[in-house]
Design a protein around this ligand. Structure first.
Ligand SMILES: *Cc1c(COP(=O)(O)O)cnc(C)c1O
Length: 388
Protein backbone atom coordinates (compact mmCIF):
# COMPACT_ATOMS: atom_id res chain seq x y z
CA UNK A 1 0.00 0.00 0.00
CA UNK A 2 1.83 3.12 -1.10
CA UNK A 3 1.79 6.08 1.27
CA UNK A 4 2.39 9.68 0.19
CA UNK A 5 6.08 10.26 -0.56
CA UNK A 6 8.31 10.69 2.43
CA UNK A 7 5.66 9.87 5.03
CA UNK A 8 6.47 7.41 7.77
CA UNK A 9 3.05 6.62 9.17
CA UNK A 10 3.21 5.48 12.79
CA UNK A 11 -0.34 6.31 13.82
CA UNK A 12 -2.28 3.17 12.92
CA UNK A 13 -4.21 3.34 16.21
CA UNK A 14 -5.76 6.59 14.94
CA UNK A 15 -6.76 5.23 11.55
CA UNK A 16 -5.53 3.10 8.66
CA UNK A 17 -5.77 3.45 4.87
CA UNK A 18 -8.42 1.37 3.10
CA UNK A 19 -6.86 -1.77 1.67
CA UNK A 20 -7.11 -1.83 -2.17
CA UNK A 21 -8.83 -5.24 -2.12
CA UNK A 22 -11.40 -3.85 0.32
CA UNK A 23 -11.94 -0.78 -1.83
CA UNK A 24 -12.45 -2.89 -4.97
CA UNK A 25 -15.08 -4.98 -3.21
CA UNK A 26 -16.92 -1.84 -2.08
CA UNK A 27 -16.94 0.12 -5.34
CA UNK A 28 -19.81 -1.63 -7.21
CA UNK A 29 -22.13 -0.91 -4.28
CA UNK A 30 -21.70 2.84 -4.76
CA UNK A 31 -22.68 2.74 -8.43
CA UNK A 32 -24.32 -0.06 -10.40
CA UNK A 33 -25.41 -2.00 -7.28
CA UNK A 34 -26.92 0.99 -5.53
CA UNK A 35 -30.26 -0.56 -4.59
CA UNK A 36 -31.88 -0.14 -1.20
CA UNK A 37 -31.75 -3.49 0.67
CA UNK A 38 -35.38 -2.96 1.73
CA UNK A 39 -36.66 -2.80 -1.87
CA UNK A 40 -38.41 -5.87 -3.29
CA UNK A 41 -37.06 -5.74 -6.87
CA UNK A 42 -33.87 -7.40 -8.02
CA UNK A 43 -31.60 -4.37 -7.49
CA UNK A 44 -32.74 -4.19 -3.88
CA UNK A 45 -32.36 -7.92 -3.34
CA UNK A 46 -28.79 -7.75 -4.66
CA UNK A 47 -27.97 -5.20 -1.98
CA UNK A 48 -29.73 -7.27 0.65
CA UNK A 49 -27.67 -10.29 -0.40
CA UNK A 50 -24.45 -8.30 -0.07
CA UNK A 51 -25.51 -7.04 3.35
CA UNK A 52 -26.39 -10.56 4.51
CA UNK A 53 -23.06 -11.88 3.27
CA UNK A 54 -21.34 -9.12 5.24
CA UNK A 55 -23.22 -10.20 8.38
CA UNK A 56 -22.19 -13.82 7.75
CA UNK A 57 -18.53 -12.92 7.20
CA UNK A 58 -18.31 -10.91 10.42
CA UNK A 59 -20.20 -13.62 12.31
CA UNK A 60 -17.72 -16.26 11.13
CA UNK A 61 -14.81 -14.23 12.51
CA UNK A 62 -16.56 -13.63 15.83
CA UNK A 63 -17.83 -17.21 16.15
CA UNK A 64 -21.43 -16.06 16.41
CA UNK A 65 -24.61 -15.98 14.31
CA UNK A 66 -25.26 -13.43 11.56
CA UNK A 67 -28.37 -12.10 13.35
CA UNK A 68 -26.18 -11.15 16.31
CA UNK A 69 -24.28 -8.58 14.20
CA UNK A 70 -25.43 -4.95 13.92
CA UNK A 71 -23.64 -2.59 11.54
CA UNK A 72 -23.34 0.95 12.91
CA UNK A 73 -21.91 4.29 11.84
CA UNK A 74 -18.56 3.60 13.54
CA UNK A 75 -16.90 2.46 16.75
CA UNK A 76 -18.23 5.35 18.82
CA UNK A 77 -21.79 4.59 17.76
CA UNK A 78 -21.32 0.90 18.55
CA UNK A 79 -20.11 1.80 22.06
CA UNK A 80 -23.02 4.20 22.57
CA UNK A 81 -25.54 1.63 21.36
CA UNK A 82 -24.12 -1.08 23.61
CA UNK A 83 -24.03 1.01 26.78
CA UNK A 84 -27.18 3.11 26.42
CA UNK A 85 -28.96 0.19 24.75
CA UNK A 86 -28.44 -2.03 27.80
CA UNK A 87 -28.80 0.73 30.38
CA UNK A 88 -32.19 1.87 29.06
CA UNK A 89 -33.45 -1.68 28.43
CA UNK A 90 -32.58 -2.71 32.00
CA UNK A 91 -33.46 0.56 33.71
CA UNK A 92 -36.10 -1.00 35.96
CA UNK A 93 -33.89 -3.92 37.01
CA UNK A 94 -30.79 -1.99 37.96
CA UNK A 95 -29.06 1.29 37.34
CA UNK A 96 -25.43 0.48 38.11
CA UNK A 97 -22.71 0.30 35.46
CA UNK A 98 -19.11 -0.83 35.93
CA UNK A 99 -16.35 0.45 33.67
CA UNK A 100 -12.70 1.48 34.00
CA UNK A 101 -10.89 4.77 34.31
CA UNK A 102 -8.99 4.24 31.04
CA UNK A 103 -11.78 3.73 28.50
CA UNK A 104 -12.05 5.58 25.22
CA UNK A 105 -14.16 8.75 25.45
CA UNK A 106 -16.91 7.02 23.44
CA UNK A 107 -17.42 4.86 26.55
CA UNK A 108 -16.50 7.36 29.28
CA UNK A 109 -18.62 10.24 28.00
CA UNK A 110 -21.57 7.88 27.52
CA UNK A 111 -21.22 6.66 31.12
CA UNK A 112 -20.95 10.26 32.35
CA UNK A 113 -24.15 11.15 30.48
CA UNK A 114 -25.92 8.19 32.13
CA UNK A 115 -24.69 9.42 35.53
CA UNK A 116 -26.34 12.77 34.83
CA UNK A 117 -29.53 10.81 34.11
CA UNK A 118 -29.40 9.10 37.50
CA UNK A 119 -27.36 5.95 36.83
CA UNK A 120 -24.49 5.05 39.15
CA UNK A 121 -21.15 4.28 37.53
CA UNK A 122 -18.12 2.60 39.09
CA UNK A 123 -14.83 3.53 37.40
CA UNK A 124 -12.40 0.74 38.26
CA UNK A 125 -8.77 1.72 38.84
CA UNK A 126 -5.83 0.26 36.90
CA UNK A 127 -2.28 -0.50 37.98
CA UNK A 128 0.83 1.24 36.68
CA UNK A 129 0.83 -0.86 33.52
CA UNK A 130 -2.85 -0.16 32.81
CA UNK A 131 -4.24 -3.52 33.93
CA UNK A 132 -7.58 -4.01 35.70
CA UNK A 133 -7.71 -6.61 38.48
CA UNK A 134 -10.49 -9.18 37.86
CA UNK A 135 -11.08 -9.31 41.63
CA UNK A 136 -11.99 -5.62 41.51
CA UNK A 137 -14.69 -6.39 38.95
CA UNK A 138 -16.09 -9.19 41.10
CA UNK A 139 -16.11 -6.92 44.16
CA UNK A 140 -17.85 -4.09 42.31
CA UNK A 141 -20.79 -6.17 41.03
CA UNK A 142 -23.98 -5.81 43.07
CA UNK A 143 -27.68 -6.60 42.63
CA UNK A 144 -28.21 -3.35 40.74
CA UNK A 145 -25.43 -3.92 38.20
CA UNK A 146 -26.87 -3.74 34.68
CA UNK A 147 -23.62 -3.83 32.68
CA UNK A 148 -19.86 -4.23 32.84
CA UNK A 149 -18.08 -2.42 29.98
CA UNK A 150 -14.33 -2.71 29.60
CA UNK A 151 -12.02 -2.22 26.63
CA UNK A 152 -10.14 -5.22 25.22
CA UNK A 153 -6.97 -3.25 24.47
CA UNK A 154 -6.17 0.36 25.28
CA UNK A 155 -5.76 2.82 22.42
CA UNK A 156 -3.07 4.96 24.09
CA UNK A 157 -0.78 2.46 25.79
CA UNK A 158 -1.74 -0.84 24.15
CA UNK A 159 -2.39 -2.79 27.37
CA UNK A 160 -4.55 -5.89 26.83
CA UNK A 161 -7.09 -6.63 29.58
CA UNK A 162 -7.85 -10.17 30.86
CA UNK A 163 -11.21 -10.12 29.08
CA UNK A 164 -11.89 -13.87 29.19
CA UNK A 165 -11.32 -13.97 32.95
CA UNK A 166 -13.64 -11.02 33.50
CA UNK A 167 -16.13 -12.60 31.10
CA UNK A 168 -16.28 -15.67 33.36
CA UNK A 169 -16.97 -13.49 36.40
CA UNK A 170 -19.76 -11.61 34.62
CA UNK A 171 -21.33 -14.82 33.38
CA UNK A 172 -21.29 -16.35 36.87
CA UNK A 173 -22.96 -13.25 38.25
CA UNK A 174 -25.33 -12.99 35.27
CA UNK A 175 -24.30 -9.47 34.35
CA UNK A 176 -24.09 -8.48 30.66
CA UNK A 177 -20.50 -7.80 29.57
CA UNK A 178 -19.53 -5.39 26.79
CA UNK A 179 -16.03 -4.93 25.42
CA UNK A 180 -14.78 -2.12 23.20
CA UNK A 181 -12.57 -4.24 20.94
CA UNK A 182 -11.86 -1.44 18.48
CA UNK A 183 -8.08 -1.55 18.95
CA UNK A 184 -8.06 -5.35 19.01
CA UNK A 185 -9.92 -5.74 15.71
CA UNK A 186 -6.96 -6.50 13.50
CA UNK A 187 -4.59 -7.98 16.07
CA UNK A 188 -6.32 -10.18 18.67
CA UNK A 189 -8.68 -13.16 18.78
CA UNK A 190 -12.29 -11.99 18.55
CA UNK A 191 -14.16 -15.22 19.33
CA UNK A 192 -17.02 -13.99 21.48
CA UNK A 193 -17.42 -17.31 23.31
CA UNK A 194 -13.74 -17.59 24.19
CA UNK A 195 -13.93 -14.02 25.44
CA UNK A 196 -17.23 -14.60 27.23
CA UNK A 197 -18.69 -11.28 26.09
CA UNK A 198 -22.33 -10.39 25.38
CA UNK A 199 -21.57 -7.27 23.37
CA UNK A 200 -18.46 -6.30 21.40
CA UNK A 201 -17.65 -3.14 19.39
CA UNK A 202 -15.43 -2.86 16.32
CA UNK A 203 -14.55 -0.05 13.92
CA UNK A 204 -13.59 -0.82 10.32
CA UNK A 205 -11.18 2.08 9.81
CA UNK A 206 -8.88 0.68 12.49
CA UNK A 207 -8.25 -2.45 10.38
CA UNK A 208 -7.93 -1.15 6.79
CA UNK A 209 -11.64 -0.74 6.21
CA UNK A 210 -13.71 2.40 5.61
CA UNK A 211 -14.30 5.17 8.15
CA UNK A 212 -17.79 5.59 9.55
CA UNK A 213 -18.57 1.86 9.69
CA UNK A 214 -18.72 -0.03 12.96
CA UNK A 215 -19.93 -3.38 14.19
CA UNK A 216 -21.77 -4.23 17.37
CA UNK A 217 -22.11 -7.88 18.32
CA UNK A 218 -25.16 -8.48 20.53
CA UNK A 219 -25.56 -11.95 21.99
CA UNK A 220 -28.92 -13.51 21.22
CA UNK A 221 -31.26 -13.00 24.17
CA UNK A 222 -29.55 -9.74 25.19
CA UNK A 223 -32.11 -6.97 24.83
CA UNK A 224 -30.92 -3.52 23.81
CA UNK A 225 -32.96 -0.39 23.27
CA UNK A 226 -32.24 1.09 19.83
CA UNK A 227 -30.73 4.57 19.89
CA UNK A 228 -31.61 5.59 16.34
CA UNK A 229 -35.30 5.24 15.57
CA UNK A 230 -37.05 4.96 12.25
CA UNK A 231 -37.13 1.90 10.03
CA UNK A 232 -36.72 -1.70 11.10
CA UNK A 233 -33.22 -2.16 9.68
CA UNK A 234 -30.66 -4.34 11.46
CA UNK A 235 -33.52 -6.25 13.12
CA UNK A 236 -34.90 -3.13 14.77
CA UNK A 237 -31.64 -2.34 16.49
CA UNK A 238 -30.38 0.48 14.23
CA UNK A 239 -32.75 2.36 11.95
CA UNK A 240 -31.68 3.94 8.67
CA UNK A 241 -30.91 2.71 5.17
CA UNK A 242 -27.89 0.48 5.56
CA UNK A 243 -24.42 1.57 4.42
CA UNK A 244 -24.08 -1.36 2.02
CA UNK A 245 -20.64 -0.52 0.58
CA UNK A 246 -19.44 0.21 4.12
CA UNK A 247 -20.71 -3.10 5.49
CA UNK A 248 -19.18 -5.00 2.55
CA UNK A 249 -15.85 -3.24 3.12
CA UNK A 250 -15.88 -3.73 6.89
CA UNK A 251 -16.56 -7.45 6.54
CA UNK A 252 -13.81 -8.07 4.00
CA UNK A 253 -11.34 -5.94 5.95
CA UNK A 254 -12.09 -7.87 9.14
CA UNK A 255 -11.78 -11.24 7.40
CA UNK A 256 -8.43 -10.23 5.85
CA UNK A 257 -7.08 -8.81 9.09
CA UNK A 258 -8.03 -11.91 11.03
CA UNK A 259 -6.69 -14.37 8.46
CA UNK A 260 -3.26 -12.68 8.44
CA UNK A 261 -3.30 -11.84 12.15
CA UNK A 262 -0.72 -14.39 13.33
CA UNK A 263 1.85 -13.51 10.71
CA UNK A 264 1.29 -9.75 10.92
CA UNK A 265 1.39 -9.75 14.73
CA UNK A 266 4.74 -11.53 14.70
CA UNK A 267 6.15 -9.07 12.16
CA UNK A 268 4.87 -6.03 14.06
CA UNK A 269 6.01 -7.38 17.44
CA UNK A 270 9.59 -7.59 16.16
CA UNK A 271 9.44 -4.00 14.86
CA UNK A 272 7.75 -2.79 18.05
CA UNK A 273 10.33 -4.45 20.28
CA UNK A 274 13.19 -2.85 18.37
CA UNK A 275 11.60 0.54 19.01
CA UNK A 276 10.95 -0.19 22.68
CA UNK A 277 14.37 -1.66 23.47
CA UNK A 278 16.18 1.32 21.95
CA UNK A 279 13.88 4.15 23.06
CA UNK A 280 13.76 3.18 26.76
CA UNK A 281 17.53 3.73 26.78
CA UNK A 282 16.98 7.47 26.25
CA UNK A 283 17.48 8.99 29.75
CA UNK A 284 14.35 9.77 31.83
CA UNK A 285 12.14 7.76 29.50
CA UNK A 286 9.63 5.10 30.48
CA UNK A 287 7.59 2.64 28.49
CA UNK A 288 3.87 3.23 29.03
CA UNK A 289 1.64 0.17 29.26
CA UNK A 290 2.51 -3.40 30.09
CA UNK A 291 5.72 -4.83 28.62
CA UNK A 292 4.17 -8.24 27.85
CA UNK A 293 0.40 -7.82 27.69
CA UNK A 294 0.41 -5.20 24.94
CA UNK A 295 -0.77 -4.85 21.36
CA UNK A 296 1.77 -5.99 18.78
CA UNK A 297 1.68 -2.57 17.10
CA UNK A 298 1.93 -0.24 20.10
CA UNK A 299 5.16 1.37 21.29
CA UNK A 300 4.38 4.25 23.63
CA UNK A 301 6.54 6.24 26.00
CA UNK A 302 6.61 9.04 28.52
CA UNK A 303 9.58 11.40 28.24
CA UNK A 304 10.01 13.52 31.36
CA UNK A 305 10.59 17.19 30.69
CA UNK A 306 9.26 17.20 27.11
CA UNK A 307 5.85 18.20 25.79
CA UNK A 308 4.14 15.57 23.68
CA UNK A 309 2.83 18.19 21.28
CA UNK A 310 6.35 19.49 20.58
CA UNK A 311 7.56 15.96 19.94
CA UNK A 312 4.78 15.45 17.39
CA UNK A 313 5.56 18.70 15.57
CA UNK A 314 9.26 17.88 15.41
CA UNK A 315 8.55 14.38 14.15
CA UNK A 316 6.17 15.81 11.56
CA UNK A 317 8.99 18.05 10.29
CA UNK A 318 10.96 14.92 9.38
CA UNK A 319 7.91 13.18 7.92
CA UNK A 320 6.95 10.95 10.84
CA UNK A 321 3.23 10.84 11.72
CA UNK A 322 2.70 9.88 15.37
CA UNK A 323 0.41 10.89 18.21
CA UNK A 324 0.29 11.60 21.91
CA UNK A 325 -2.23 10.99 24.66
CA UNK A 326 -1.45 14.43 26.01
CA UNK A 327 -3.68 16.96 24.33
CA UNK A 328 -2.93 20.65 24.06
CA UNK A 329 -6.00 22.47 25.32
CA UNK A 330 -6.01 26.26 25.50
CA UNK A 331 -2.27 26.57 25.61
CA UNK A 332 -1.49 24.11 28.38
CA UNK A 333 -0.65 20.46 27.89
CA UNK A 334 -3.12 18.21 29.68
CA UNK A 335 -1.94 14.69 30.49
CA UNK A 336 -4.41 12.06 29.30
CA UNK A 337 -6.90 10.41 31.66
CA UNK A 338 -5.30 7.06 30.81
CA UNK A 339 -1.80 8.01 31.93
CA UNK A 340 -3.14 9.81 35.00
CA UNK A 341 -5.15 6.73 36.00
CA UNK A 342 -1.98 4.62 35.64
CA UNK A 343 -0.32 6.84 38.22
CA UNK A 344 2.28 8.23 35.84
CA UNK A 345 3.62 11.54 37.11
CA UNK A 346 2.19 14.63 35.48
CA UNK A 347 5.58 15.72 34.20
CA UNK A 348 6.20 12.37 32.50
CA UNK A 349 2.63 12.10 31.23
CA UNK A 350 2.89 15.46 29.47
CA UNK A 351 5.66 13.98 27.34
CA UNK A 352 3.69 11.05 26.00
CA UNK A 353 4.44 9.67 22.54
CA UNK A 354 2.53 6.88 20.82
CA UNK A 355 4.00 5.09 17.83
CA UNK A 356 1.55 2.58 16.34
CA UNK A 357 2.72 0.36 13.50
CA UNK A 358 0.87 -1.31 10.66
CA UNK A 359 0.97 -2.75 7.15
CA UNK A 360 3.16 0.04 5.77
CA UNK A 361 5.77 -0.10 8.54
CA UNK A 362 9.21 -1.37 7.53
CA UNK A 363 12.53 -1.97 9.25
CA UNK A 364 13.79 1.17 7.51
CA UNK A 365 11.00 3.21 9.14
CA UNK A 366 12.06 1.95 12.55
CA UNK A 367 15.72 2.72 11.77
CA UNK A 368 14.78 6.25 10.73
CA UNK A 369 12.84 6.96 13.92
CA UNK A 370 15.60 5.47 16.09
CA UNK A 371 18.16 7.61 14.28
CA UNK A 372 16.32 10.90 14.87
CA UNK A 373 14.20 10.61 18.02
CA UNK A 374 16.97 10.79 20.66
CA UNK A 375 18.27 14.08 19.25
CA UNK A 376 14.75 15.55 19.10
CA UNK A 377 14.14 14.66 22.76
CA UNK A 378 17.52 16.10 23.74
CA UNK A 379 16.91 19.32 21.83
CA UNK A 380 13.45 19.82 23.34
CA UNK A 381 14.79 19.22 26.85
CA UNK A 382 17.55 21.76 26.30
CA UNK A 383 14.94 24.29 25.17
CA UNK A 384 12.58 23.51 28.01
CA UNK A 385 12.75 25.56 31.19
CA UNK A 386 11.02 22.91 33.23
CA UNK A 387 13.29 20.65 35.28
CA UNK A 388 13.33 16.97 34.33
C1 LIG B 1 -11.04 4.65 17.52
C2 LIG B 1 -11.66 4.11 18.75
C3 LIG B 1 -13.03 4.25 19.00
C4 LIG B 1 -13.94 5.05 18.11
O1 LIG B 1 -14.13 4.49 16.85
P1 LIG B 1 -14.67 5.43 15.65
O2 LIG B 1 -14.98 4.48 14.55
O3 LIG B 1 -13.54 6.34 15.30
O4 LIG B 1 -15.86 6.15 16.16
C5 LIG B 1 -13.56 3.66 20.13
N1 LIG B 1 -12.78 2.97 20.98
C6 LIG B 1 -11.47 2.81 20.79
C7 LIG B 1 -10.67 2.02 21.76
C8 LIG B 1 -10.85 3.38 19.67
O5 LIG B 1 -9.54 3.24 19.50
Amino acid sequence: MPLPDGVIYMDHAATTPVDPVVLDAMLPYFTERFGNPSSVYRLGRQSLDALETAHETVARVLGCRPVEIVFTGGGSEADNLAIKGIAYAKRRRGNHIITTAIEHHAVLHTCEQLEREGYRVTYLPVDVSGLVQPDDVAAAINDETALVTMMYANNEVGTIQPIAEIGRICRERRVPFHTDAVQAGGLLDLDVNTLGVDLLSLSAHKFYGPKGVGVLYVRQGTRIQPQILGGSQERNRRAGTENVPGAVGAAIALEQAQSTRGQESARLTALRDRLIDAIVRIPDTQLTGDRERRLANNASFAFAGVEGESLLLNLDLIGVAASSGSACTTGSVEPSHVLTAMGISESAARGHLRLTLGHSTTDADVDFVLEHLPAIVEKLRALSTRPV
